[in-house]
Write a protein that binds this ligand. Structure first.
Ligand code: T4K
Length: 370
């Protein structure tokens, strides 16, 4: 049977390189709790991301949960429903109320022009998402946050290594969360991090990810265990050595899609933003059935029939999840709702064969029959 093509495939270093990286662990017997590999990865990531501080975590979700907790927020948080479950859950699991703002049709990120109308006396923060690696309107968001004295935490799960006007994306807002999950541009198997500038906040984060422990005889917070272990950090050190080449290979895949699909009427894809150094994390396509003559769901099935598994990131939107039934109304974010019903993310990863990209485009062109 023909090999299945999935929406992404984890980047992995040569096996010998990973073995060499983990060999010292057999000598030290130190496997976790902020060991040598952990320290080394923090140093390397600070350089690569161009940030002043970073705290590594066991995964991206806990990184976001703890960043919110360490920020001491209360009441309401303005955010987007056009995201992975993690963003909304992290807010709710902190006992906060998400207030959903609609998105910008082109970038799929929070519509900064609609934020101010949602601010109340209870608002304590804005938690936007750099969706698919599209950078939010960081300037406008900061201007609003400053005027209303609000904190800003970016969900930068998709934005590893990106720059806006030459500035590493992890520098915007009060903190940014990155995901290093196996499916991301850069992975530590599972993993994540928070970037920040305030050293007091960093200390709180450090304690929260280690049970709230301060020293060996004192516990300050009801913390959790969100520490990245040495094997994860070793994977990160290896993958980081290859990141430039990996992103370059993604760019070639991205451009092949663009060159083949640009002519199709009634579909549009993510345009690269001016002033942004992209990481080509995802390739979302939005179908306009009345113009291209075929629905998103039909294309999804047509690809699956050929063993090509595309995904509907992000459908459904988080304010329509069953676990939030009766709490939120997805109709209040009509653009996010509409896009979620028309989006399909096509396979993209560094080693994706360009012949497969052509095959995917042929299927779409054939279905659209133009
Ligand atoms: N915020 C945002 C905006 C996010 O997108 C995410 C995660 C988070 C926060 C939370 O970060 P983490 O806590 O995850 O670090 C996947 C990922 O699991 C998830 O990390 C990611 N977003 C989300 C967009 O995609 P699923 O449920 O689609 O995963 P799954 O298992 O169906 O995998 C998708 C495809 O990836 C598979 O078809 C094949 C490939 N794959 C998968 C795994 C597990 C690999 O190539 N290697 C693997 O090890 O959520």
């Amino acid at each position: 049977m023909e090999e299945k093509i999935l929406v992404t495939r984890s980047s992995m270093p040569p096996l010998e390189e990973f073995i060499k990286e983990i060999e010292p662990l057999w000598e030290s017997h130190f496997l976790t709790n902020m060991g040598e590999k952990h320290k080394c990865l923090e140093t390397e990531l600070k350089k690569y991301l161009g940030v002043s501080d970073i705290s590594l975590m066991v995964n991206g979700h806990l990184a976001l949960e703890l960043a919110i907790q360490a920020m001491n927020l209360s009441g309401e948080v303005i955010t987007t429903p056009y995201t992975f479950a993690s963003t909304t859950h992290a807010i709710v699991r902190n006992g906060l109320t998400p207030v959903f703002c609609d998105i910008d049709e082109k970038t799929f990120t929070i519509d900064a022009d609609k934020i101010e109308g949602l601010i109340t006396e209870k608002t304590s923060a804005i938690i936007p998402v750099h969706v698919y690696g599209n950078i939010c309107d960081v300037e406008k968001i900061q201007e609003i946050a400053d005027r209303y004295n609000l904190k800003v935490i970016y969900d930068a799960a998709h934005a590893f290594g990106e720059e806006y006007n030459g500035i590493g994306v992890g520098n915007f807002g009060d903190a940014s969360m990155f995901s290093f999950h196996a499916t991301k541009v850069f992975n530590t198997i599972e993993g994540g991090a928070v970037t920040f500038k305030d050293s007091d906040f960093g200390l709180d984060l450090y304690r929260l990810k280690n049970f709230g422990i301060r020293g060996t005889e004192r516990v300050d917070y009801v913390g959790t265990n969100a520490k990245m272990n040495e094997f994860q950090a070793a994977m990160g050190l290896c993958n980081l050595r290859h990141i430039t080449e990996e992103i370059e290979k993604r760019r070639i895949v991205y451009e092949q899609y663009v060159s083949r699909l640009s002519c199709v009427k009634g579909i549009r894809f993510m345009e690269l933003q001016n002033n942004v150094k992209s990481n080509y994390a995802y390739f979302p396509v939005i179908f306009n059935e009345s113009k291209c003559g075929v629905s998103r769901d039909r294309i999804h099935v047509a690809l699956a029939d050929e063993n090509i598994i595309s995904r509907k990131y992000f459908y459904p939107i988080t304010n329509s999840f069953e676990c939030y039934q009766d709490r939120f109304d997805a109709n209040e974010t009509p653009i996010a709702l509409d896009i979620s019903k028309r989006v399909l993310t096509l396979p993209i990863y560094a080693d994706l064969d360009l012949g497969v990209v052509d095959k995917i485009c042929d299927i779409i062109l054939n279905e659209c029959k133009q």
